[in-house]
Write a protein that binds this ligand. Sequence first.
Ligand code: NAD
Ligand code: IPM
Ligand code: MN
Length: 356
Amino acid sequence: MSEHKVSVIRGDGVGVEVIEEGIKVLTAVGEQYDVTWNFIEHPWNSDYYFEHGRMMPTDALDQMAESDVIYLGAVGHPDLQDHVTLNGLLLPIRRTFDQYVCERPSVLYPGITSPLRDPKPYDIDMLVIRENTEGEYAEVGGFQYAGFEEEIGIQSGVFTRRGCERIITYAFEQARRHDRRKHVTSITKSNALGYGMLVWDRAFDRVAEGYPDIETNSLLIDAACMDFVRRPESFDVVVGSNLFGDILTDIGAIITGSMGLAPSGNIDPERRFPSMFEPVHGSAPDIMGKGIANPMAAVLSASMMLRHLGHDDAADVVDKAVIFLIGQGEILTPDLGGTSSTSQVGDAIINALGKG
Ligand code: NAD
Ligand code: IPM
Ligand code: MN
């Protein structure tokens, strides 16, 4: 038997709704695989901000440091500026726990209708490895004459050789996995961003030398966006900076069916700190409270969490249950063309455990 301590931040909007289902599934699969969960619920979100003037308490990171993993829904509230919610919670967690890898798979499952023209199941099967602690998201910059006519915002990107090399190395290691196709695409923009992106390009070339068995190519981000739509089957592992990885993974989500299907892991591969698992999507204010959010992204994120914790068998069972349910095409939320509710899909995933 193993026991894991999980910090749970449901967050805002549909984050709350989908994490409920993820916890149901984790609990059910835990009973089958002898995994005991110690869920620590943290009520940190925009309502917490309205009450306390901050997104989470001053010792929040210390509290979470005690956990094995963090399971997060999403934060974001229509009445609160996004930089407050995100810089007050999500981004400090990724940085403080040095979760420098953001791992985001995009797979076209059988039964999904892609907005692209007739791709076959598994024609799209890629893994985006997004740098998660520096790059364009580095907290470097400032205002001059803020609020005045002359106002200037300076936003600098930080690309360190160490930061680029470690994320690119992780991508190459993933490409070598038995279930991948030994190909890595580097996303760059060194034609326009001639400092940081050159550090990135040089790091890519240096790391690639150590992986002669892996094929590589390099694409400019604009061309990569085009190819995600034009020929997504050409991608296996894709490695990109923080912002480029962010943009590409929304494209990856929608070409494989829905934002409601895309999982992610924010990982500290050295396991010094807890890693965090969350759907790629946000708090989706346009559908919150209606009970129609797709919980599959949250459930597949929970499966990534199981794998991180060493429970590969349990993770496989969860993945297969979700894929089985999609293939059945009956109990689905409206984003996938169904009429079922968030909790009906959660229940159906539990019923499908062991199937597929
Ligand atoms: P979003 O991902 O919340 O929504 C984009 C679109 O996808 C919407 O049409 C929404 O209805 C749909 N969608 C999202 N999740 C879905 C689900 N589970 N099932 C079905 N459909 C789903 O992106 P947005 O609208 O740009 O952002 C809303 C808020 O969330 C903003 O405040 C943003 O900053 C925040 N955000 C937070 C996170 C996070 O905390 N990890 C991630 C992304 C966005
Ligand atoms: C994501 C989100 C976040 C990001 C935002 C909400 C800060 O879009 O996880 O993809 O850009 O990383
Ligand atoms: Mn995003």
